[in-house]
Ligand binder design. Structure first.
Ligand code: GDP
Length: 350
């Protein structure tokens, strides 16, 4: 007897659980992050943010930036599995009359959801009138060049070992990284990755981030990515608040599934949030008791969008949120999810 048979019994009991019960058990055991762990991670990110603010004010007082701030799922309780990443938003100030934004669909690249930022009025305000003129490539503000400016600073001229020892963390820039990332080891076995994310807020309220287009990098080098994150997550939260719904819980479960299954790692928070928002337009019952039904419906919706090769963004239907996946990646994701439709529990056994 003893523990062994008790364990086997527990195992058998669990197999008898319905999908609904499995999902909630998975939610509590694997998805949700203990609040203490979240607090420590937030604290570490905040310490780094404070250091960087101090450094930039002291070293580069004329760099036109608004105050940096932290953001991401760690800050709106949508992070899952481990508290291991955050974004440090770096809002850049652009002179109104010197810059204009052009939507991606009006350029030869024809990519809705991305924008070009063009330098204007060079005849009256010659090159050098704006601090950010140093980041112009071919007449456009280059996100790559902006990232390089910050990279030189953050990776090159800040003494991270010294700052780390004061804060009692081990801090190092991650090289190479797609964006600019700091790795912060704040306990022997706990790491936090902080992405440095330069941000432009244009006059019409459009937010653009310096996160490069994943494919055809060179052709798309000057494109800024429109960020829909704030509206998406606000909308999701508001819907749940209206009806006490489980949309956020459903999102967290499916985010964890994608984080824990390598075959699904390519699906990101934005795509999953959008799919739930689209589903919310046609499906009204998001009560806690409906989690399993909505979860299955979400899987079917994702399979459908993948089959079509298109996931429209709820904010702008012209945007295809799958546009940075290759046809092969789309096929593989679709196949994995299609197989899961007949055995959804397999997604939770990780
Ligand atoms: P998670 O990383 O899967 O937990 O999802 P998040 O909701 O935190 O999304 C973070 C990702 O969204 C990062 O890859 C960011 O580059 C990207 N992103 C796009 N717009 C924004 C934004 O306005 N704020 C933040 N924090 N991230 C954004």
């Amino acid at each position: 007897g003893g523990g062994g048979s008790g364990k086997a019994e527990l195992q058998r009991a669990r197999i008898r659980l319905s999908l609904q019960e499995h999902l909630w058990a998975f939610f509590h055991e694997r998805v949700a992050i203990p609040s203490e762990e979240q607090a420590v991670a937030r604290r570490a990110a905040l310490d780094i943010c404070a250091e960087l603010r101090f450094f930039l004010h002291a070293k580069l007082p004329d760099m036109p930036l608004r105050e940096m701030y932290l953001s991401g799922s760690l800050y709106d309780d949508l992070q899952v599995v481990t508290a291991d990443h955050a974004q440090l938003m770096v809002p850049m100030i652009l002179e109104k009359n010197l810059w204009s934004s052009i939507p991606g669909e009006e350029t030869i690249m024809n990519v809705p959801g991305f924008w070009l930022v063009r330098r204007e009025n060079l005849e009256y305000f010659p090159r050098g009138s704006s601090y950010w003129d140093r980041c112009i490539v071919g007449g456009y503000l280059s996100p790559k060049s902006v990232l390089e400016v910050f990279e030189k600073l953050v990776a090159g001229s800040i003494n991270w070992p010294a700052i780390g020892s004061v804060l009692d963390y081990i801090i190092r820039p991650v090289v190479p990284s797609e964006t600019l990332t700091l790795e912060v080891q704040y306990e022997t076995d706990r790491r936090l990755y902080v992405d440095f994310l330069p941000l432009l807020v244009m006059e019409d309220g459009v937010s653009l981030i310096a996160k490069p287009h994943r494919l055809a990098a060179e052709r798309h080098e000057n494109l800024w990515r429109e960020s829909f994150r704030v509206t998406e997550t606000t909308k999701l939260r508001a819907l749940d608040q209206e009806d006490g719904g489980c949309r956020c819980a459903c999102l967290k479960v499916v985010k964890a599934v994608c984080k824990l299954n390598p075959a699904l790692a390519r699906l990101n928070a934005s795509q999953l949030t959008n799919t739930i928002l689209l589903l919310s337009e046609q499906e009204g019952d998001w009560t806690q008791e409906a989690l399993a039904d909505r979860f299955m419906q979400l899987l079917r919706a994702l399979v459908g969008h993948l089959e079509a090769g298109r996931l429209p963004c709820i904010r702008n239907l012209k945007v295809n949120l799958f546009c940075e996946l290759t046809p092969q990646e789309i096929d593989e994701l679709g196949y994995t999810l299609y197989c899961a439709l007949s055995d959804p529990e397999s997604l939770l056994r990780t």
